[in-house]
Design a protein around this ligand. Structure first.
Ligand SMILES: O=c1ccn([C@@H]2O[C@H](COP(=O)(O)OP(=O)(O)O[C@H]3O[C@H](CO)[C@@H](O)[C@H](O)[C@H]3O)[C@@H](O)[C@H]2O)c(=O)[nH]1
Ligand SMILES: [Mn+2]
Length: 739
């Protein structure tokens, strides 16, 4: 108290300009949508053709859905908000009282999440520009891999050189791999920088030696006896039988309370902890949510930082100031006490210019999440998120009981580190959570494949707000998927989890009613209703094309006035979407690719997610967490760099995509061969159907290439081509018999 506040806030928010033009545009689309609906009602075919009537009803349902979904997506565009923190004010006022920050890094598989990548992320967060005695880093290893442990041990030694180097020269970014690959060796060649270039060379050498040791161990798939002898920590693996069956392994590699834990310049090091929670085959481990909850408990006894940062192991910190930026929101005297979490956008270091798999999630990042911020704050999306420990633990927001973040007095420990570790082990045991509120009212929620979103929603339903911080130097950089199957699988997990939320107790549609703002409810629905989009999209990409082939119109003639709303809505919607994509920094080809990915996701990932969610609900299946692969073979990455679509995997999702691609191709070719369009007035009556089918064929171009022309390993597998061909032909034939 008694501080000179000047009443200057630690952060400000700016609303997007009220865009009258946008509102007019949206209103015209809304009118267009209503006209389309009206058309379907008044023009209902009365010519007694039953097939056409059913198709008509289907089209109407699909258009009802599209219209309804479009309305929902408006919620994230009306009220965009941008937030800007003031770090200088933070350090002026609170430098001495900054709170402890615990960073949780999660990893789960040393094969697809290589230990060297994991420790680069760890090193990047250990070297935050933040008082080291207040910073603690925890690595949760769900594979319980001694390779990862070994890499972390190496990192703990290397950090003694790396952290002082970063701080001395204000290096950015602070992931050594990213830093060394961004800087050429002779860029420090001039005399002024003599000290930098010398240190740079020395640290680089240390890093490369460490890297080759870790890579060698990873290649062998095991740790040599010689290394094992050197560190007693490996003895904890003596009772280890497999990654699904082992005791808790907890090791404090750097103990911040130990006066001897210092770097080469004599400064304190941040605490560094390795945790592999107990795993037993008969005991469901609840994936990342389970890992996070163990970390919350274990960390509460070691450092108990009131702020928790969660990052995935592939998302290194790209900005050493991020902790300070985030604290500006939490520590603001006026509004800070309401904020439960600060979410950074997910950015990826490996997205190519035209993002063939739509990997940058550009529009979500630069438009929609700002829109959510305008209604109370964004979703928690798993990585790059700073939490208040209290709200993560399940505490309700209360105006009266403001929780002020401040540094705590460190209590001295009686026992030595080993005894202490043993005491904490039980916190990460399988049985610990039995008959407790963990996974329900406490910590991250279980039973949903997007544990992050459902947890964030329940926090917001308890009265808390969140903040989306997306400005200045990018906070975190991760690894985006690099093949089509991976992308589809990831989106299946996301859309399935989101749809589970929609149907769960915490549904944004009913539970959240009155607990969060209406705008935010709609905002959540945009994502929670991804999966059901599959039905309307499938219908729209199959039925009109089949009917086209038989010369049966399902849209108004182009000489009719009803033609106008259809053309207007499509044209206006897609022009706007292109403009939005370009203004978020994308390219035209990138937008086109993004449309393709939307189509693919909607017709495969979302369909599987939709079906699985329903089966799940009926108790037929359990959803699992399929971890995204973060490494790829040389030739796969080469094709990725060249933006060639990677199939090369026979999944059932592909069968659907290829079948659809064939169906539309046949319809289009058949239509031309049968000279359907040559008859009088046919073009007039069928123009929209021809256009729709033509666009579907155009957008599927990379698929045809993969089926017919490519020879490389990434092409569509032959067996799959045959299967889809048979399916497509059968559908066409069955349909012909019906008519
Ligand atoms: O049993 C598990 C499975 C996964 N993870 C970790 O969870 C993180 C995310 O997994 P990833 O396969 O990379 O999934 P993504 O789809 O890239 O992740 C996004 O979506 C997930 C929810 O579906 C969130 O958990 C993530 O934070 C969010 O970045 C990784 O660090 C994994 O190591 C675990 O710790 N234990
Ligand atoms: Mn990931």
């Amino acid at each position: 108290m008694g501080r000179n506040h000047d009443h200057e806030p630690l952060f400000v928010t700016k609303e997007g300009k009220v865009r009258v033009a946008y509102m007019v545009y949206a209103a015209t689309i809304a009118v267009g949508i209503c006209l389309i609906w009206w058309y379907r009602i008044v023009q209902f075919p009365r010519d007694g053709e039953e097939g056409r009537s059913w198709a008509w009803i289907g089209m109407f349902m699909a258009e009802l859905w599209f219209g309804f979904y479009w309305i929902i997506t408006q919620s994230v565009r009306w009220n965009v908000l941008y937030s800007f923190p003031f770090k200088d004010r933070l350090s002026q006022r609170y430098e001495k009282e900054l709170p402890g920050v615990d960073v949780f890094v999660c990893t789960a598989d040393p094969q697809i999440e290589p230990p060297i990548m994991v420790i680069n992320t760890v090193l990047s967060v250990m070297s935050y520009d933040y008082p080291t005695e207040k910073l603690s880093v925890y690595l949760s290893d769900d594979a319980g891999s001694d390779l990862t442990f070994y890499a972390l041990m190496e990192a703990s030694h290397f950090s003694k050189h790396w952290i002082p180097f970063c701080k001395k020269f204000n290096v950015e970014p602070r992931s050594p791999a990213a830093y060394f690959s961004s800087i050429s060796d002779d860029s420090h060649g001039d005399d002024d920088n003599h000290s930098l270039s010398k240190d740079h060379a020395a640290v680089k050498k240390l890093y490369e030696e460490m890297e080759s040791r870790i890579q060698a161990a990873t290649r062998h798939g095991r740790i040599s006896e010689e290394i094992k002898m050197k560190h007693k920590g490996f003895s904890q693996w003596d009772s280890y039988s497999s990654r699904h069956d082992h005791d808790t392994i907890l090791q404090i590699l750097i103990d911040g309370k130990d006066p001897l834990a210092i770097d080469i310049e004599g400064c304190a090091l941040p605490t560094l902890v390795y945790l592999a929670r107990e795993k037993r085959p008969q005991h469901p481990h609840k994936f990342k949510a389970g890992a996070m909850n163990s970390l919350i408990r274990v960390s509460s006894k070691i450092s108990n930082g009131p702020v928790i940062l969660n990052v995935d192991c592939d998302m290194y910190s790209n900005n050493p100031q991020s902790v300070r930026d985030a604290l500006c929101f939490f520590m603001d005297e006026e509004k800070g006490h309401e904020i439960a979490f600060v979410q950074y956008p997910q950015n990826f270091g490996n997205v190519t210019t035209n993002e063939i798999y739509g990997g940058s999630l550009r529009v979500i990042r630069d438009v929609e999440f700002h829109g959510l911020d305008g209604y109370g704050g964004p979703l928690y999306i798993g990585t790059g998120c700073f939490h208040r420990r209290e709200s993560l633990l399940g505490r309700e927001f209360s105006k009266e009981n403001k929780i002020v973040l401040k540094s705590e007095n460190v209590t001295k420990r009686e026992e030595n580190v080993q005894e202490f570790e043993e005491k904490l082990n039980s916190l990460a045991n399988c049985s610990y959570e039995k008959d407790t509120q963990w996974g329900k009212e406490m910590g991250l929620k279980y039973g949903c494949s997007v544990e992050d979103v459902i947890t964030g929603l329940s926090i917001q339903c308890k009265g808390w707000k969140s903040v989306y911080f997306n400005s200045g130097r990018t906070g975190f950089l991760g690894v985006a998927t690099t093949t089509l199957p991976q992308t589809l699988v990831q989106h299946k997990r996301w859309s399935e989890g989101d749809f589970q939320i929609f149907l769960s107790k915490y549904s944004p549609a009913w539970y959240a009613n009155g607990r969060i703002s209406f705008g935010l409810q709609l905002g959540y629905c945009c994502y929670c209703l991804w999966a059901p989009n599959c039905l309307a999209t499938l219908f729209y990409s199959i039925v009109p094309s089949l009917y086209l082939f038989h010369g049966i119109p399902l849209f108004p003639q182009c000489t009719s006035l009803w033609f106008a709303p259809f053309v207007y809505v499509m044209f206006a919607k897609y022009t706007y979407s292109l403009a939005e994509f370009l203004s978020s920094g994308g390219t035209i080809r990138g937008w086109w690719n993004d449309q393709r990915i939307w189509l693919y996701k909607r017709t495969s990932s979302y369909l599987f997610a939709f079906v699985d969610t329903l089966l799940n609900l009926l108790g037929f299946s359990e959803s699992a967490f399929v971890i995204s692969v973060k490494v790829s073979d040389q030739d796969v990455s080469e094709r990725y760099e060249k933006e060639m679509m990677e199939f090369g995997d026979s999944s059932s999702m592909f069968t659907i995509l290829a079948t659809l691609a064939f169906l539309n191709l046949f319809s289009l070719i058949g239509t031309i061969l049968k000279k359907v369009v040559a008859t009088d007035g046919a073009i007039d009556a069928m123009l929209l159907q021809i256009l729709l089918c033509g666009i579907l064929v155009l957008i599927n171009w990379p698929m045809y290439q993969g089926i017919f022309f490519r020879k490389d390993n990434g092409k569509m597998p032959g067996s799959l081509t045959v299967k889809s061909l048979v399916f497509a032909l059968s559908v066409c034939t069955c349909f012909t018999f019906l008519y």
